[in-house]
Design a protein around this ligand. Sequence first.
Ligand code: R5P
Length: 296
Amino acid sequence: MIVAGLSGANGLDLRLSQLLNTGLIRVESKSFPDGETYIRFHGSVKGETLIIVQSLYPNQDRKLFELLLGVDTAKDLGCEEVIVVTPYLAYSRQDRRFLDGEPVSIKTVLKLLDSVGADYLITVDVHKAESLNYFYGRALNLNPTPLFAGVLQRVVREAVIIAPDQGALQKASELSQLIPNSEYVVFKKYRDRVTGKVSYEVVDVDVVGRDVVIVDDIVSTGTTVANIASYVRSKGASKTYVVCSHALFVGDALNKVVSGGVSKIYALNTVVVPEGVEAVDVAPLISEAVKNLIRS
Ligand code: R5P
C-alpha cells in the first residue's frame, strides 16, 4: 500500500502515510501556460494499492480534473487498486434537480471517478450520504461528530446545539448525546432556488446565559451561521461556537461570522482552514477507515 497526494491533499497524504506506516509518492502538479493541467507520479505505483488524496477545493473543477488524471494514470501504470480519498467532495450540494434543466452534479462527479477506475471512495461528512450511491464501487462517508464532541466537551456548558436545517439534524442530535447537559434544536432554512436568497424559521429556545453550538457540514459564504449567531446573541446567549466539517469561508465569510457574534470556530482540515479557525485533524478518522477497508 502506498499514498500519493495531489495538490489538494492539504498535508493529509503525509499524515496518512505516517499513520498507516506506508510509503508516500510525490506527485508533481502544474498548469501549462494555456491553463491545462499536468501531473506526474515520481515513484512506482505498479502492483500497489494506491491511496490517492485530493480535496476538491479550492477551484473544484481543476482539483477534480487533476484527480481524474491521477486515477487514470495510476491504473495505466499498473496500479492494482485505487482508493480515492476526497476529504471534501465538491458538488455534493447539487444532489438533485431542484429546477428543471439542472444537472445532478454529484452524480456526474461520481460517474467520472468510476469511469477512470476508482475502486473505492472515502469522503468525510458528504452533504447527503445517499448521494454516494451514484458511485458503483464501495464508498464510505466518515462521521466527524465524535471528533467535534471531544473538543466541545472541554469548552461548553449546558449547551444548546443548533442545526440550521434538517440536513444537520443528525449531527446536532449525535452531538447532544455526546456532550453532557446539552440539548439540540433544528431550525428550518428555505433557499430561493432562483435568487439564492435564504430565509429561516427559528425555534424559540431558551438560550439565556447558555452556550450555543451551531453545527453544519459546510460554511461557504458564512450567511447561515452568521444569521443564527446574531439571533441567539439577541436572545441572550452566552458564547456561540461553530463546528463545521468543511471550512470553505468564501470572501469575507470569516468576518461576517465573527461579526455575527461567534466566539470560536472549529473545522476539520479537509480543506485549508483559514487563520482564526481552529483545525481539528481528520487524518486519524481516515486512516482507521482505510485500515477497516483493507481488512474487509
Ligand atoms: C447547505 O444546505 C449546507 O448544509 C450549508 O448550510 C451551506 O452550504 C452554508 O452556506 P453559507 O455559509 O453560504 O450560508
